[in-house]
Design a protein around this ligand. Structure first.
Ligand SMILES: Nc1ncnc2c1ncn2[C@@H]1O[C@H](COP(=O)(O)OP(=O)(O)OP(=O)(O)O)[C@@H](O)[C@H]1O
Ligand SMILES: [Mg+2]
Length: 231
């Protein structure tokens, strides 16, 4: 279980997160929804240790991560697929995957075979440079790279952003597989509402740095959508 408790996060004097609490259970997909600039990425940065929190706590399976640097959080079992993918354009696909070895458990420094079952296109492109892949292929590579560390929790920041519909479907299937077969705790930030509602078990909606709705995906009603998600 990934547990975020009452996190406050600031950029200088500007507060981006206000007492944000979110949980993501193993074998479930938890979606964080919200308009542009409400703090979704800031929440993920707080989880993976890319930005310090002012107060509050992040824990994985009861282990408090607050004092750990991001590489230690990765080793503890949190994998991050950042917004904009952030693959290395000049490294090959194979090398991009290998950058995650440092966070993998000792003795498991290989690329799990299931990665290529999930994203067969990557297997045929191992020697290609990351920068030569299409946006959708880069997104698949970013997810594949996250899986190389054998995480317990996978956090993804808008994986459908700027991706063509056929690849969005592949990504949806992959995320569902990871939830069901690998039992990962999946925390998915999304603005693409239909995709989120199709996949989500639990939903949190953010508005201006705060959680304004939390509940099972089925309980996200039109009123909440109108109030917090339409522009
Ligand atoms: N490095 C930073 N320095 C200062 N302010 C920042 C920084 N990063 C984000 N912000 C501000 O914090 C707020 C939340 O930003 P954040 O990126 O978390 O939002 P988001 O919900 O992920 O937005 P988007 O949907 O556009 O990705 C915004 O007002 C943003 O301008
Ligand atoms: Mg963002």
């Amino acid at each position: 279980m990934l547990k975020v408790s009452e996190v406050d996060l600031f950029y200088g004097a500007a507060q981006a997160l206000r007492k944000v609490s979110v949980t993501a259970a193993p074998g479930k997909i938890t979606c964080v929804l919200g308009r542009n600039g409400v703090g979704k990425t800031s929440l993920l940065k707080a989880i993976v240790g890319h930005h310090p929190v002012r107060s509050g706590s992040v824990a994985l399976d009861g282990r408090v991560l607050d004092r750990m640097a991001s590489y230690d959080r990765a080793r503890a079992g949190i994998a991050y697929v950042p917004q904009g993918r952030e693959i290395f354009p000049l490294l090959t696909v194979k090398e991009n995957l290998e950058t995650a070895f440092a966070a993998a458990p000792k003795g498991e420094r290989d690329v799990p075979g299931e990665v290529f079952e999930l994203f067969p296109v990557l297997k045929s492109m191992l020697a290609r440079r990351g920068g030569d892949l299409s946006g959708g292929q880069q997104q698949q590579l970013a997810i594949a790279r996250a899986l190389v560390s054998r995480p317990k929790a996978l956090v993804l920041d808008e994986p459908t952003e700027g991706i063509q519909p056929s690849i969005i479907k592949d990504i949806g299937r992959a995320i569902t597989y990871l939830k069901e077969s690998a039992g990962l705790a999946i925390l998915l930030v999304e603005q693409y509402l239909d995709f989120a509602r199709e996949l989500a078990d639990e939903v949190h909606v953010m508005d201006r740095g705060e959680i304004v709705f939390s509940g099972p995906a089925a309980s996200l009603d039109e009123d909440a959508i109108q109030r917090h998600l339409t522009v």
